[in-house]
Design a protein around this ligand. Structure first.
Ligand SMILES: [Zn+2]
Length: 94
């Protein structure tokens, strides 16, 4: 039984869905996944909120590659299952 689903794939579909750009099959897959996944419903709500924030301040909205993380920072930390902490111990060498 393969319980481990790649949630990052569904994060993409979630953002597509919120933008209204998800295909029918993507929407179905997402709906199924949301009913079994504990994390993605949260992600869905967060993405929804980001969308609202962006809409409410679109007067001065410049699309950039990191606008999502900027908004995420303003919303506070998210408890994501796969947090990657990159330790950079290779740079500091004597
Ligand atoms: Zn998921």
């Amino acid at each position: 039984m393969d319980m481990l689903v790649d949630c990052t794939e569904f994060e993409k579909i979630i953002s597509l869905q919120i933008d209204g750009e998800a295909t029918e099959s993507e929407r179905q897959a997402l709906e199924e996944h949301l009913s079994v996944c504990q994390n993605c419903p949260k992600t869905y709500r967060i993405f929804n909120r980001i969308k609202q924030v962006i809409r409410s301040r679109r007067t001065d909205f410049k699309p950039s590659s990191n606008y999502c993380s900027t908004v995420l920072n303003q919303l506070g930390p998210i408890d994501q299952p796969a947090i990657r902490t990159r330790s950079s111990n290779s740079k500091y060498r004597h």
